[in-house]
Design a binder for this molecule. Structure first.
Ligand code: SF4
Length: 446
């Protein structure tokens, strides 16, 4: 073992942040977990397993909890999903495994699969045991993985299990990507993301941080490794393109969430506006409430039925006191040096469903902080001008079965290929690509 502090030891969540962002779903105790596990019907062709993008054997791991075999339960989870601990907390289980549970059809509560998965994974962590598998004998082959988010971490685990060196490069100082910096703290604390990656590091994954990649470094990595995996996620959040956007007090949801999770932000001014109505916008709005804002508004150009956030997230935001302004569009930001107000205009839908501004409907909303959450751009500038990896609408095109791009030596997965989905989708992509890379390298060798 290295003498360096673990990633977990490097995480320093302030007590204030920890207190304000307490668990949204408190953990199950051993007795409650056993009772819940005993409710499972252990379905054949279980729909919960099919609904999971990584196809965790859900009845299998639940049965092991019921019989007291907690290490076996964690192993079943990790075999399918190396980030089983973070997915247990960050997954929208309501629309995945729990949404597919057969008990929903019998007007009974679905099995709490997410909380049971968390129980199994935390039991493994509490036991002090590492991952229940080891790297295979060294094949002498190596893969560079660009980005250290869920897709790359999952890919790296598959490579190490096949004896292939996995070297991750990330622009940030800590691994985990959105798991570490972007998931609301009350769902997945930064420290828990890092604890899980510490276990992965024990498989012999190499990490290089503070290393943004450009076309030149990418070419160097292509030369010095047998294959390259692109798990770079998405780029910056879009701007509004209106006057006053340069003022202090205008930020974006990803920087805001990363800021409070890493301790750089511990309070907000009294009046906050979040522009956008996706799940990230909801996370930012709830965070603003918990960081002390008195009035938090979410602004969206359409209505509640069209928002992209899950309905349970919308309900959660309402319960936290977030106010929603529908059918509005920001037209200007005002203030001397910092934000003081936002002007908005009301929108109406035409017959062909495009939006038009309603004449004379402009009004002013006094605010001190504006958080933009209106979607992210793609992040492919580091590929340079070369045509080696084909793109479609800015997304890296891949063979979905293997993760291979149009360049045989390059593989990819996660948000940079799907435009931004769930953490568990990125894990599934990385897993497929790890297996795909190993198969391709074997073919090259033969
Ligand atoms: Fe258990 Fe529900 Fe999955 Fe059936 S669908 S195996 S009851 S969790």
């Amino acid at each position: 073992m290295s003498d360096l502090p673990t990633f977990f030891e490097r995480a320093a969540t302030s007590p204030g942040i920890a207190a304000r962002f307490a668990d949204i779903h408190p953990p199950l105790g051993p007795q409650a977990a056993k009772v819940e596990a005993d409710r499972c019907l252990y379905c054949f062709d279980a729909p919960c397993t099919i609904a999971c993008p990584t196809h965790i054997d859900v009845p299998g791991f639940i049965k092991k909890i019921a019989s007291g075999n907690l290490t076996g339960s964690a192993r079943t989870i990790l075999d399918a999903n190396i980030l089983g601990a973070s997915c247990a907390r960050a997954c929208p289980v309501e629309v995945l495994c729990e949404g597919a549970c057969v008990l929903n059809h019998h007007t009974r509560k679905p099995i709490q699969i997410g909380r049971l998965q968390r129980f199994a994974m935390e039991s493994l962590h509490a036991s002090g045991a590492g991952l229940p598998f080891a790297p295979a004998a060294d094949t002498g082959r190596s893969v560079a993985l660009i980005g250290a988010g869920p897709a790359s971490l999952s890919c790296a685990a598959e490579l190490r299990r096949r004896g292939i060196r996995a070297v991750l490069y990330d622009a940030r100082p800590l691994p985990g990507g959105l798991n570490t910096y972007g998931v609301a703290e009350y769902k997945l604390p930064l420290s828990e993301s890092l604890r899980e990656i510490d276990m992965l590091a024990e498989l012999g994954v190499d990490f290089h941080f503070n290393m943004p990649i450009d076309a030149q470094t990418l070419a160097d990595l292509e030369r010095s490794h047998d294959a390259v995996f692109l798990g770079v996620g998405l780029g910056a959040i879009h701007r509004l393109g209106i006057a006053g956007e340069h003022l202090a007090g205008v930020t974006n949801a990803l920087d805001f969430i990363a800021g409070y999770k890493s301790g750089a932000i511990d309070s907000v001014p009294p009046r906050v506006a979040v522009v956008g109505a996706g799940n990230t916008a909801i996370d930012a709005a709830i965070a603003a409430v918990r960081l002390g804002a008195l009035d938090v508004y979410m602004l969206y150009r359409r209505g509640a039925e069209q928002m992209s956030a899950f309905s349970f997230e919308y309900e959660h935001a309402r319960q936290e006191g977030v106010k929603f302004l529908w059918h509005v569009q920001p037209t200007g930001i005002h203030g001397a040096d910092a934000v003081e107000a936002l002007t908005l205009v009301k929108l109406a839908a035409t017959e062909d469903d495009s939006l038009i501004q309603q004449a004379g409907s402009e009004f002013t909303l006094p605010v001190d902080l504006i958080i933009l959450a209106i979607g992210q751009s793609t992040h492919t500038s580091f590929l340079g001008d070369s045509e080696k990896v084909r793109l479609e609408r800015g997304r890296i095109l891949i063979d979905r079965a293997t993760g291979q791009t149009s360049h045989p030596k390059f593989f990819a997965g996660g948000d940079c290929t799907n435009g931004g989905r769930e953490v568990v989708d990125a894990v599934a992509d990385g897993k497929r690509a790890g297996i795909g890379i190993a198969g391709w390298l074997e073919g090259q060798h033969a």
